[in-house]
Design a protein around this ligand. Structure first.
Ligand code: SF4
Length: 328
């Protein structure tokens, strides 16, 4: 019997989501550290995890990156890269005070939200920032205008806020939230603040919404959805929640293929597979090999969007790369 015939008999299959994995902001941030290592040599200090993925962090560490929590841990005059999640202005000030060479790998789509926060604060709006308390991106955005920003952590958080002028309020959001839950939060806010203004353009980024959209398409057909991603990755955690909300019988987040428990696959016919925006596709391919060894060799890729967006490397790095190239 051929493998195809065997698959047909067992009926076991994988629905592989596309788009999945690396987004433009993560790709740029990881490349920033790699290029900085090549250009300036190791060590390169990175404030916080460059992107929220265990494997990526371990790989960069092996190449000479040193991950720190705060600028104070970076030796004076050394090079530090700020992560894709963005930083508050005071972090730039601290770096200057320590004479650090700072390279800002903040995703341009996070920077866009920072600009919105500054603009609305300058116009003296109350800003309701929908996001998860303690997440680095939220800390960075809130740091742009702490006197004007209040955090709204989910729909229930909407009932707790108070504003100075209900006619001058705008909501902004973290880029990696659940699209549906955010709409629910906004609806709750609007019950109390009918004149609440919306951001000039979507703050939840294209990568987050595209990955959620395709998971919704496949979830109802899946006995189990496996999301490759780390537990501190907001968009990866959201993918599990979205899969369950959209009808998947079970959903699990794993960093690596070996974390998949065989019990999850017992009695399953269809496994959905996707990955968060900070996950290299090698890890997904390893999961496919793992699943094939358990009879799930029939893989159908379900595509709901093709992503072509790319971002250029941070200006300060490009300038030094150009100067080094000119020196030969
Ligand atoms: S998930 Fe979105 S906001 Fe975050 S790095 Fe990727 S593109 Fe940028």
């Amino acid at each position: 019997m051929t493998e195809a015939q065997a698959t047909h008999r067992t009926g076991k299959r994988v629905l592989l989501a596309k788009p999945r994995g690396y987004c433009a902001g993560v790709d740029r941030a990881v490349q920033t550290v790699e290029e900085a290592l090549k250009l300036y040599g190791a060590p390169i200090y990175v404030r916080k995890q460059i992107v929220h993925n265990k494997h990526v962090v371990q790989t960069l560490e092996a190449q000479g990156a040193i991950f720190v929590e705060e600028n104070e841990e970076v030796p004076e005059g050394a090079t530090v890269v700020f992560s894709a999640h963005g930083v508050a202005p005071e972090v730039h000030e601290q770096a200057k005070a320590r004479s650090l060479k700072a390279i800002d790998a903040t995703c341009p789509l996070v920077t866009k939200v920072h600009h919105e926060a500054r603009r609305f604060a300058a116009e003296d709006y109350d800003i309701l920032l929908i996001g998860h308390e303690g997440h680095e991106e939220v800390i960075g955005t809130a740091g742009e205008a702490p006197a004007h920003i209040q955090l709204v952590d989910g729909p229930d958080g909407a009932d707790k806020i108070t504003v100075r002028d209900p006619e001058k309020v705008v909501w902004l959001s973290q880029t990696t939230l659940s699209v549906d839950e955010t709409l629910e939060t906004v609806a709750r806010l609007k019950q109390r603040l009918p004149l609440l203004q919306s951001p000039p353009s979507d703050d939840i980024c294209y990568a987050t919404s595209n990955r959620q959209h395709v998971v919704k398409e496949i979830a109802a057909d899946c006995d189990v959805v496996i999301v490759v991603g780390s537990t501190n990755s907001s968009n990866s955690v959201r993918l599990v929640e979205v899969a369950l909300d959209a009808g998947a019988r079970a959903g699990h987040l794993v960093d690596f293929a070996h974390e998949i428990d065989d019990a999850w696959l017992e009695g399953a016919t269809t496994v959905g597979l996707t990955s968060g925006a900070s996950v290299p596709d090698d890890l997904v391919q390893e999961v496919l090999v793992h699943l094939a060894a358990r009879g799930f060799a029939d893989v159908e890729e379900i595509t709901t969007a093709n992503e072509r967006l790319t971002f250029s490397l941070p200006q300060e790095l490009r300038r030094d790369m150009k100067a080094a190239a000119a020196r030969g």
